[in-house]
Design a protein around this ligand. Sequence first.
Ligand code: HEC
Ligand code: HEC
Ligand code: HEC
Ligand code: HEC
Length: 342
Amino acid sequence: MSFSIKDVTRKGLLLGVFLAAGLVAGCEQPPQESTQNGYRGTGMSQIRSPEKIERLLVANAIPEAQPPADASGDLASKAYQNVQVLGHLSEGQFLRVMTAITEWVAPEQGCGYCHNLENLADDSMYTKKVARRMLQMTTHINEDWKAHVGATGVTCYTCHRGNPVPENIWFKDPGHVARGSAADPGGQNYPALSTARSSLPRDPFSAMLLGNTEIRVASAQSLPTDAPGMTIQSTEMTYALMMHMSNGLGVNCTFCHNSRSFASWEESTPQRVTAWHGIRMARDINKEYLDPLKPVYPAHRLGPEGDAAKANCATCHQGVNKPLNGVSMLKDYLVELGRPKK
Ligand code: HEC
Ligand code: HEC
Ligand code: HEC
Ligand code: HEC
């Protein structure tokens, strides 16, 4: 006999200690920081670990602004051959945007990511056509959605962070389907990253951030027949979207709601109003800008259902209640990414 009962016990003990250490290491270390977000006694607090705050600070550092450009000189529309969106800028301002978007969207690939380097006026690359629409979308967000983005605004970097394809995008996703079977999970019952590992419907976005499906669970009517659409399914969909919103902003439900009545606006925080506008803004940019880009993309950029990539709260927020911790990159690019003043 090479080992005794005692050996086995000792090995078991060691394994136990090892596993316990692993479990503790997987938790966030106390003390946690807590901030009150509602009146005293309502328990509307946000809890964050200092370690996580530190991690998010590092992840949200912003690149330095390009030096200011000469505003005099020829207009870009005159200096170049095929400028359809930024023609009102001076030549210097125009090249400043080109340098900035290269840094924000394709820093490794360079100008050639969007341009045929033999002829910069050529539109044969799909990336250039997409980028032109993105310029219009960014201006539209900054000028027409101040109710959500305020004066802070957005630049390409808010979503792209140095990646040609932003890290947080979504496609239509029907999930696991077994149509006609009693066991049909109907796009839910499997943990999904899109809804913070809940088993709620994995794609609340098609209905609620592209379509206009009402985001409600509480009916104002007594009978379900009086309130068509207030179904168990729409309730599950609402909660799925709420899980995404909380996760995308790195907050819990009480950042916006007093949980004694989720529906009541009187008891909600001002942030819930900002979020309400954010939902409308997401619908608008998905419907008017991102979804219609489908025919421009090559097939490998489309989702499993053949649609173009779209934005949700996480596309800009990336785990923080204010994207890039509320620092405005737009303030250095107001001329370039705002609308020309008459
Ligand atoms: C992310 C895509 C993208 C990158 C990267 C990019 N460009 Fe552009 N470029 C565009 C778009 C879009 C237009 C057309 C703008 C318009 O229609 O208003 C354009 C137009 C131009 C033009 C005008 C050409 C003409 O005659 O019509 C020049 C010059 C130019 N870019 C230079 C550059 C340089 C230099 C770089 C690298 C520092 C660069 N671009 C990187 C998207 C890009
Ligand atoms: C609201 C978020 C958002 C903003 C702001 C934004 N983009 Fe995009 N961008 C996207 C999404 C979503 C896609 C689709 C990803 C894909 O290509 O599959 C995309 C795709 C692109 C692509 C195509 C990349 C590829 O390889 O398919 C280019 C180029 C691009 N954006 C340039 C820009 C430029 C330039 C700006 C700023 C003027 C900008 N974007 C601002 C969300 C954004
Ligand atoms: C960033 C703000 C925000 C966060 C965080 C948030 N919500 Fe909401 N919630 C809203 C807004 C805005 C609406 C109304 C949407 C609309 O009408 O378009 C809403 C609606 C709801 C409704 C529907 C109420 C009704 O009228 O029937 C429920 C239920 C709800 N939220 C639950 C939750 C839960 C549970 C969480 C946490 C998992 C959560 N919310 C996190 C902003 C938020
Ligand atoms: C195009 C980028 C973009 C998208 C998409 C976006 N947001 Fe925002 N959001 C911002 C910016 C920028 C701010 C900061 C505004 C400011 O500084 O006043 C902000 C601020 C907020 C705030 C206020 C936070 C605070 O601490 O006061 C809430 C709440 C919010 N967003 C919720 C949402 C929700 C929910 C969604 C998805 C339905 C969403 N946002 C989608 C850019 C975006």
